[in-house]
Design a protein around this ligand. Structure first.
Ligand code: GLA
Length: 729
């Protein structure tokens, strides 16, 4: 809710639960009570902190914007030129200072309760010599005092999305990303909520910067508060010194910063964000094909016979998309050479790569190919011939990372070269899918021609290149990979159809990585692959059933040399492949629910929008400290429906740490005809087996259509257990 008053900067006075049928009256009361007291040793008027906080309104914290307008006062007061509400879902603001700077802010809220905020700063000076250097343009919203804990993410290669929880304290909780990509330690989503908020409980306000370059998130509290609220939070692109210099007539537009709110825990936040992603124009429109990716199967060993055998094995288990990873292009025998030379290696592929892509297509599978368009090895023709295309300062001192450097895609020649090469290959090989990798941080990302930092220009050029390729090849899909999950954000999701969340296929790591990547993204855009029994990145060994169940909850695939699998393993893979195809309509459209991890075990699953079915994994990653099976609540089912429960038997079931039972469950694959009320399942819960570590079981819950024969009455009263949820006002 925004307070608009003639000539005054708009101020957000409330956001959270929908105010219901009495909304208008309550809104009036909020507006009427929104002025704080005048305090001692403070401003002489009530403190107002607008959507664009700054010193000119007495705000001593991080400002909404910072710029340098040479020779003029940067923080001149703004005149409100326009503040227009468009219906009840959008707000447009236009401000102007006395020194030729204009600022526009656009807010719009979608049907799912996700608010998109974007700002533009323009140099509208009549003096053509005047340059405005922009340092920051932030989108910030106020938070109430009960938003007292912050959860955001961090991580490293093969261990992305580790949550960290801190208290909101006086000062600034700042996450500044200077990697030229969000990074393995991307803050990802800043959630600020009531004390102890969990997946299922608590009130949470969340912010996400939809941008794939440098960025900043902050939560800030000053002792004097924010009007009658407590703190501010939000984010922005992080601009490097000198990166954005506006000449007269030029403007800078921020990326979208998304805000949303839930009163039913993190799952409520995810529900809104998943709906937002599912509405994006770039969201894939076809069922997510089962993938085989060659990386951990063959690495750089691109032997045509070996790859053909792998493709045949993939076809036999039901794979629908075969992706040839790194190693196919000129002189690429390892990671020290070839990056940048996007020509099929004639030594490896004397008869062309069509020999493989045609085999794959003839088998009825899609063909995918790995690229790392933004990178270059110095040992490549491109680097030798076009050193001015490198995104690094002149000289030889730049630091290599995985033996590679960055190509400056904001250089029109470099951009056109890449477009031409990728476009030609997509055309001639009939490529259906690009795995678009990005294997290093951007350091000293200086445009060699202008001498200025160019992370922003480079990032925008990447988006443009993806868009032009997809415009030319509308069925083409792109996956964002960056040494695993170092470039996952909703800016990228406006251009790509899939992300690779981690180079770790170890199912123990994957349980956490997928759980937390899934806070932002729905499962169908998150790549989840089965690797071999012993994971390549951790050398930990785990059972096939655990790996299969873990990889089911995403855009599933295989990354394993399955030509070496036993008959039994292949049978299991086949059963899993058909289960995936059968269940993907549910898994890829439903609502994600997660329990907390308790003593090493957790329950997570997806429930259909009409709550008629749910598919849940009961997972144990660590040895149990307790010696019994307990009741576990099943979230997301409808309290008004009755359900049957089935333990899946498509693959060898998990090793149990118990003699048998629990008794209600019966044998895997059987339906004992028992019926359980939704209230019983969501409120009371069922005892589940005590698993050994690194084990999982898969359960389906299906709504019983007619009057149940043998209803088990809930042990508690009939109070509704539906998760409370209202739209933010
Ligand atoms: C990165 C990716 C991997 C693989 C290799 C190839 O590490 O994350 O999946 O594609 O590059 O070099």
């Amino acid at each position: 809710m925004v307070k608009l008053a003639e000539g005054l900067m708009p101020t957000v006075v409330y956001w959270g639960r929908d105010l219901g049928p009495d909304g208008e009256a309550i809104a009036a009361q909020i507006a009427f009570t929104s002025e704080p007291a005048v305090m001692n040793s403070s401003l002489d008027s009530p403190r107002r902190v607008s959507v664009f906080p700054g010193e000119e309104e007495g705000w001593s914290g991080t400002p909404g914007a910072a710029w340098r307008n040479e020779g003029l006062i940067a923080t001149a007061p703004f005149e409100v030129m326009e503040a227009t509400l468009i219906g009840s879902s959008a707000l447009r603001i236009r401000l102007r200072d006395g020194c030729g700077v204009e600022l526009k802010m656009n807010y719009s809220i979608d049907d799912h309760g996700v608010l998109s905020a974007r700002a533009t700063i323009a140099n509208v000076s009549l003096d053509s010599d005047r340059v405005v250097e922009v340092a920051a343009l932030r989108l910030l919203l106020p938070l109430p005092q009960r938003a007292e804990e912050i959860v955001d993410l961090t991580g490293r290669w093969t261990s992305e999305r580790r949550p960290q929880r801190t208290a909101v304290t006086d000062g600034t909780h700042l996450r500044a990303v200077r990697r030229g990509r969000p990074g393995h330690d991307s803050p990802f989503l800043t959630m600020v909520g009531t004390k102890g908020f969990t997946f299922g409980e608590g009130e949470i306000w969340a912010a996400h910067v939809a941008w794939s370059g440098n960025q900043e998130y902050l939560v800030e509290r000053l002792p004097e508060g924010v009007g009658v609220l407590a703190s501010l939070f939000g984010g922005s692109e992080l601009l490097l010194p000198g990166e954005v210099r506006l000449r007269a007539g030029e403007s800078y537009e921020s990326p979208d910063v998304l805000f949303t709110w839930s009163d039913c825990g993190i799952d409520g936040i995810s529900y809104r964000l998943h709906s937002y992603v599912r509405d994006l124009h770039s969201y894939p429109s076809t069922p997510r094909p089962l993938v085989l990716n060659t990386w951990e199967a063959v690495y750089f060993d691109h032997d045509i016979d070996r790859l053909r055998a792998l493709a045949r094995a993939a076809e036999a288990v039901g794979v629908e998309r075969f992706v040839l990873d790194d190693g196919w292009f000129k002189d690429r025998r390892d990671d020290t050479a070839g990056l940048g030379d996007w020509y099929v290696d004639e030594g490896l592929w004397p008869d062309g790569l069509n020999t493989l892509s045609d085999t794959v297509h003839a088998a009825g599978m899609q063909f995918g190919l790995w690229f790392e368009p933004e990178m270059v090895n110095l040992d490549s023709d491109v680097a030798r011939e076009h050193s001015d295309w490198l995104l690094s300062p002149l000289g030889d001192n730049a630091l290599p990372w995985r033996h590679q450097f960055v190509l400056n895609l904001s250089n029109p020649e470099a951009w056109s070269y890449l477009l031409d090469r990728i476009d030609t290959l997509v055309e001639t090989l009939r490529i259906d899918f690009i795995k678009w990798d990005h294997n290093r941080d951007l350091h000293q990302a200086i445009d060699r021609v202008s001498g200025r930092p160019a992370v922003r220009a480079h990032t925008r050029a990447v988006y443009r290149l993806m868009d032009v390729l997809r415009a030319r090849h509308p069925a083409l899909e792109i996956e964002s990979c960056a040494s695993g999950g170092a470039r996952i954000d909703l800016g990228m999701m406006s251009h790509a159809q899939r992300v690779w969340p981690s180079d770790s296929n170890d199912p123990i790591d994957r349980q956490d990585i997928q759980r937390w990547t899934g806070v932002l993204l729905p499962p169908e855009v998150i790549g989840t692959h089965i690797g071999p029994a012993t994971a390549h990145t951790t050398h930990r060994t785990s059972s096939l059933s655990f790996r299969l169940i873990t990889a089911l909850f995403g855009h599933a695939g295989i990354e394993w040399d399955i030509t070496g699998c036993s008959e039994q393993e292949l049978e299991q893979l086949k059963a899993w492949a058909s289960l995936y195809k059968r269940e993907r309509p549910l898994l890829h459209s439903g609502r994600t629910w997660r329990s907390e991890v308790n003593d090493g075990s957790s329950l997570h699953g997806v429930v259909a929008p009409d709550q008629s079915r749910g598919l849940f994994a009961w997972v144990r990653t660590q040895t149990s400290a307790v010696a019994h099976t307990e009741r576990v609540r099943v979230p997301g089912l409808c309290p008004l429906h009755d359900y049957s429960i089935r333990l899946h038997d498509e693959f060898d079931n998990a090793a149990l740490h118990q003699v048998s039972g629990p008794e209600w469950m019966g044998a895997a694959g059987t339906d004992r005809g028992a019926v359980y009320s939704g209230t019983f399942l969501t409120d009371v819960g069922i005892p589940l087996p005590l698993l050994n570590p690194s084990q999982a079981l898969l359960f389906s819950f299906s709504k019983i259509a007619a009057a149940p024969p043998e209803t088990i009455e809930p042990a508690i009263g009939s109070a509704s257990t539906s998760m409370k949820e209202s739209h933010p006002a």
